[in-house]
Each structure stands twice: as structure tokens, then as C-alpha cells.
Design a protein. Structure first.
Length: 167
């Protein structure tokens, strides 16, 4: 449910791809190291991690599954699936949004010298993120294409966007 004071930012698949390319460029230009593995924070970080892996020519990927919200709102992050020990150090950690920073703080306590990249950040999590594509205000809600779900399936509007012209 959206409150009256909440602003929604709808992000398209094309915008996600552009944001990921912009983020990959920043990482390439500003990082003092070449990353050889990506740790995706599930679920929001899965798509950006795949796009960044392609753009940065990284073939080693793993996921860490953390729940920090449910139908009742935000709660303390809960680790649902651990990452492989090979990703303990030297991985680029990717998520779609750094909101409160709680998920990143949890990972920061479990990883050695982590480097975080997100598509969007909110001001309260800015100090935790090494690279981001866009900053948004605290009251904004970012809605990604993978958030547009109806009863566990991607809505027809999203699923068939751009496909009609290929048949």
C-alpha cells in the first residue's frame, strides 16, 4: 500500500539495463581492483548481478538470501541461505536498492573487506555503498520490473512487453 506522502519511482527493464551499464562503468573507472566474483543479494540483486557480471566480464556468481521485509513491512534481516566460502573475500556484492542499510550491515559483519554496488540508494545507507547508479529520497519507493508480480507470476504487461513485434 502506498501512503499519500510516498512517491513511487517505476523503473523499466530498459532503465535497469542502462543503470547497470552506468554502474559497471563507475566500477571499472573507480575501483582499484578487478573483481572476479559477484555475490548477489537475493532476490532484488539477482537481475542487476547478472547484468553487471556480463558488463564486467565476471563469471563467478553466488547468492546470499536475506529476508528483510514481508507483507507486514520491514523487519530485521534474516539470513535464509549462506554464501559459498569462496565469496567471503574479494567479491562485489550487488543489490537493487540500499534502503535502510540493515541488509548491507549484516553482510558487512560476515564478509572480509566487502565492496557494495546497488542500482539505487537512500541517504541513510549511502555510507555503506561503494558504487551506486542513482540516489533517491527517503520517502520514495522504487518499483523494479521484477516487483510487478501478480500471484507469483510476472504480469502479462511485463512478460509480453516488446515481444509482440517478434512474431
Amino acid at each position: 500500500m502506498v501512503s499519500r506522502s510516498e512517491t513511487i519511482i517505476d523503473v523499466s527493464w530498459d532503465e535497469v539495463q542502462g543503470l547497470c551499464q552506468s554502474l559497471a562503468n563507475k566500477i571499472s573507472e573507480e575501483s582499484h581492483r578487478d573483481f572476479d566474483k559477484i555475490l548477489a543479494i537475493s532476490r532484488g540483486g539477482l537481475f542487476p548481478a547478472g547484468l553487471l557480471a556480463r558488463a564486467l566480464n565476471i563469471r563467478m556468481l553466488d547468492t546470499v538470501c536475506i529476508a528483510s521485509y514481508d507483507e507486514n513491512g520491514h523487519h530485521d534481516p534474516v539470513l535464509l541461505k549462506e554464501f559459498h566460502p569462496d565469496f567471503l573475500e574479494g567479491a562485489l556484492i550487488v543489490d537493487d536498492l540500499a534502503n535502510t542499510g540493515a541488509t548491507l550491515r549484516l553482510l558487512k559483519s560476515r564478509l572480509l573487506n566487502p565492496h557494495f554496488a546497488t542500482l539505487f540508494i537512500k541517504p541513510q545507507s549511502k555510507e555503506l555503498v561503494d558504487w551506486y547508479a542513482k540516489e533517491t529520497l527517503p520517502h520514495c519507493r522504487v518499483r523494479f520490473p521484477w516487483d510487478d508480480m501478480t500471484h507469483g507470476t510476472i504480469s502479462p504487461k511485463v512478460m509480453y512487453q516488446g515481444i509482440q513485434d517478434t512474431f
